[in-house]
Design a protein around this ligand. Structure first.
Ligand SMILES: Nc1nc2c(c(=O)[nH]1)N[C@H]1C(S)=C(S)[C@@H](COP(=O)(O)OP(=O)(O)OC[C@H]3O[C@@H](n4cnc5c(=O)[nH]c(N)nc54)[C@H](O)[C@@H]3O)O[C@H]1N2
Ligand SMILES: Nc1nc2c(c(=O)[nH]1)N[C@H]1C(S)=C(S)[C@@H](COP(=O)(O)OP(=O)(O)OC[C@H]3O[C@@H](n4cnc5c(=O)[nH]c(N)nc54)[C@H](O)[C@@H]3O)O[C@H]1N2
Ligand code: SF4
Ligand SMILES: [Mo]
Length: 730
């Protein structure tokens, strides 16, 4: 008998409301839930085909233990006992920091998983925590901390009322309107606003799908957004276009004004490769628009100056009075005090990395440092790694170096539903669960969504027999280690006592579980009742859009937005005095990234029906560059950097900047079949092998996944080893 379940897709921050038809323990159909009052219109093929991942042919359904070159199935009991014993030995001999960890993007969508992961790491007591933010949005955390006094001040675009959109390094036509914010159906609403007269200005080195719809496309030199933004500020301050009576109190404006005015506009124009007149024009249009917003995304964050550029974009919004104004950027207070809770979950970490002496950002270290922390001998060297819902070898820089490093570990445990590139040296493969198999309330997203909205995610099907949810595995491991979960004395006793009570009473909910924490957090917010949220299966719009919360939310001591943090001013001054050219005779072009609608970082490429691989995993080139090399679309090219080489087909795309090539990330990750040793499937090549892990934005510690200097050469014939159009099976 079939049943209909209402929930939402948890692949990306769009969180599209879904209507899931289930028969027995099988998902029969997934459709957008049109009764969801907030978030279903972005629904895409990834959400539609989500159940195919549950039935993945290489899905792990039991823990698998490495024995020589093979894997054998094992019970959870054996896995947990063995992993705990090995971790214990490593901790006793080398200290807690010898256990490293990496958590990937999907763990962030799993509130219970995230909570208990941190609980396990606190139990172990390691400071060697690495996460995906260091190849994603760390620059925003640094800027928010410096300007607003908290690492989490998620400012959300108020798209319907905007009259001018300045989009820098983002492609919502493919990736949707998501990053540290969720604006449902955001891209279509931008287009709707444009139809009603709003201007869309897109800054992107390549002709993205978003740029195609722009009123003005600024094909900037990759990595130089800071110079463009400083140029805009130069014009705005010179022509007195700034607002002197902003809704949110500002400080440091005089300093940034002086800095912007002192930078010659023609020099800035030269640095970013944008004509002085175009900078002037954009500055005037943005500053004089009745309402507007500037938004920056990964195209900016993944460059060596990503933090400086993010800061200047935030200053641009601040001095043109776009903060907390209709059509600008506002905060959504949500139903919990996200800022207070964030500072509890991710307290300013005191831990520093052993080799480069780097602090944490938002509580975690940079993935770029991980390989060396594993391979370089000495006290504090990482000897064991736990990887949860992540594929850092493919998603991070210089994957070959990390792959080598992972092969040297005494213990590597992955928690994932398949074995991918990053897990190939794993001693233990622990099955992960799919979001369709879990339930819960993601309280931390309460302040990242555009409107006051809450939805409890419902389980559609049960995980394969016996497979533990991530939080359960993390709890069991802490118990087996005999170390208190969350590092809090007495917690393990409470867990055991609650389980005993649950058994005695026949009420499984009495055993400690994530719902306890969700309830407590909702209660702490004093705005909603947990049970009322449960009573809204399609999701609950519990209030209206409001303005006026930002000034109160500021955590700076003087309650102003700091426009000129000294660290940033210093770095900007240095940037202005140095003339760094990223290209050279050996590597004369710059590589940037792109995404496509059907992808999800490195892990949905193999879902049948999602991908037309040949076109997607290609190098996009400007017609002039292709002509100079005698290349035509469909021919093969070799792309090299100082770090690596990849070979892939060419696609010629007009309209972008000459000298720039674009290759999507997330390809080239093998899928292994631990039940059939040696059998792997490959999809395309990994362009991140070209990225140097040593060149980091000094503030965010994000590597230069964009603006990577490369050389392109034509290949006379398609390489022998090249993957066929769909996939390669070895
Ligand atoms: N060049 C370049 N590189 C980039 C980017 C870029 O724009 N350019 N983008 C960066 C960004 S923004 C991100 S977020 C990162 C992503 O980096 P990562 O998060 O490290 O990698 P993903 O590709 O998302 O891999 C996620 C893994 O989690 C597994 N998984 C999925 N769902 C679940 C689950 O529910 N439970 C468990 N246990 N496992 C699960 C998948 O099978 C997969 O192996 O990549 C970054 N890398
Ligand atoms: N379909 C799909 N959707 C996704 C994802 C996915 O993998 N697939 N990932 C999700 C995740 S984890 C994230 S973080 C978001 C990311 O969301 P976005 O940041 O919007 O991601 P992209 O589509 O990669 O857009 C980045 C743009 O920056 C441009 N760019 C590159 N270098 C520069 C530069 O130096 N300056 C400027 N101005 N632009 C530059 C690129 O050409 C590209 O068009 O998307 C989310 N949505
Ligand atoms: S992957 Fe697609 S369906 Fe799922 S939340 Fe994102 S946009 Fe919505
Ligand atoms: Mo991301």
């Amino acid at each position: 008998m079939s049943e209909t379940i209402y929930s939402y897709c948890q692949y990306c921050m769009c969180m599209c409301g879904t209507k899931i038809v289930v028969d027995g323990n099988r998902v029969v159909d997934i459709e957008p839930d049109r009764e969801n009052p907030f978030s279903w219109r972005d629904f895409c093929r990834k959400g539609k085909t989500a159940a195919q991942v549950i039935d993945h042919p290489q899905r792990l359904t039991r823990p698998m233990k490495r024995v020589g070159d093979r894997y054998v199935e094992a019970s959870y009991e054996e896995a947990i006992t063995d992993i705990a014993a090995r971790l214990q030995r490593i901790i006793e001999q080398h200290g807690a920091d010898a256990v490293g960890s990496y958590s990937g993007n999907p763990l962030g969508f799993n509130f219970a998983g995230t909570m208990f992961w941190n609980g396990l790491l606190d139990a172990i007591g390691t400071g060697n925590r690495y996460w995906v933010g260091s190849v994603d949005q760390n620059n925003t955390h640094v800027v928010q901390e410096q300007m607003y006094g908290t690492e989490l001040m998620a400012l959300i675009g108020d798209v319907d009322d905007a009259k001018c959109f300045l989009f820098i390094g983002m492609d919502p036509a493919q990736s949707k309107f998501v990053w540290m914010e969720t604006v449902p159906d955001g891209w279509n609403r931008v287009l709707e606003a444009q139809r009603k007269g709003a201007e869309l200005i897109v800054v992107d080195p390549r002709r993205s799908t978003t740029a195609e719809r722009a009123d003005t496309h600024v094909a900037i030199l990759p990595g130089q957004d800071w110079a463009f933004l400083l140029g805009l500020l130069h014009v705005i301050f010179s022509e007195r276009l700034e607002c002197t009576d902003t809704a949110v109190p500002l400080s440091g404006v005089a300093e940034i004004r002086a800095m912007a005015m002192s930078a010659p506009l023609d020099d800035l124009a030269d640095r970013c490769g944008v004509a002085v007149e175009l900078i002037r024009d954009v500055a005037r249009r943005f500053a004089t628009a009745e309402r507007g917003m500037c938004i920056t995304h990964t195209g900016v964050s993944h460059t060596p100056t990503g933090t400086i550029a993010e800061w200047l974009a935030a200053v641009l919004n601040a001095v043109t009075n776009r903060l907390d104004q209709p059509g600008g950027k506002r905060i959504e207070p949500g139903y919990i005090d996200l800022i207070a809770i964030w500072s509890k979950f991710a307290p300013p970490g005191k831990h520093r990395t052993r080799l480069r002496d780097q602090p944490t950002v938002a509580g975690f270290h940079s993935l770029a440092e991980l390989a060396d922390e594993i391979t370089v001998p000495g006290a504090g060297q990482i000897r064991a790694m736990l990887i949860a819902a992540g594929n850092p070898v493919t998603s991070g820089p210089d994957g070959d170096a990390l792959d080598q490093a992972l092969s040297q570990l005494d213990l590597l445990v992955s928690i994932d539903f398949v074995q991918r590139e990053s897990h190939r040296h794993a001693h233990w493969l622990i099955p992960g669960t799919h979001f369709l198999e879990r339930e819960g309330l993601h309280v931390l997203f309460a302040g990242l969504v555009e409107l006051p909205f809450a939805q409890y995610a419902r389980r559609a099907v049960k995980p394969p027999d016996g497979v533990m949810e991530e939080w359960q595995f993390f709890t069991e491991l802490a118990l087996a280690l005999n170390r208190n979960l969350f590092g809090k004395p007495g917690v393990n006793k409470i867990i055991r006592a609650s389980r005993w009570l649950a058994r005695l009473s026949g009420k499984p909910g009495w055993a400690l579980n994530p719902r306890w924490i969700e309830r407590l957090l909702v209660k702490s917010g004093k705005r909603l009742k947990y049970d009322d949220i449960l009573r809204h299966p399609h999701g609950w719009l519990y209030g209206k859009k409001e303005y006026g919360h930002l000034a109160r939310a500021l955590r700076t001591p003087d309650k102003t937005v700091h426009c000129a943090p000294p660290r940033f001013l210093f770095a900007l001054r240095r940037e202005l005095t140095e003339h760094r050219t990223r290209t050279s005779a050996a590597f004369p072009m710059l590589m940037v990234n792109r995404r496509v609608r059907e992808s999800m970082n490195s892990w949905l490429n193999e879902t049948p029906g999602l991908f037309e691989q040949h076109r997607s995993n290609a190098v996009e080139m400007h017609p002039d560059d292709a002509a100079a090399l005698g290349l035509e679309s469909g021919q093969w090219a070799r792309v090299s950097s100082a770090t690596g080489t990849v070979e892939l087909p060419v696609v010629i795309v007009a309209g972008g900047r000459a000298g720039v090539v674009a290759i999507p990330h997330g390809w080239g990750s093998r899928i292994f079949d631990p039940r059939a040793a040696g059998r792997t499937r490959t999809f395309g090549v990994n362009r991140n092998l070209l990225v140097d892990r040593r060149e980091l934005d000094p503030f965010s510690q994000i590597p230069s996944l964009n603006a990577t200097p490369v050389r392109v050469e034509a290949l006379a014939v398609r390489p022998q080893h090249a993957a066929p159009a769909t996939s390669a099976v070895h």
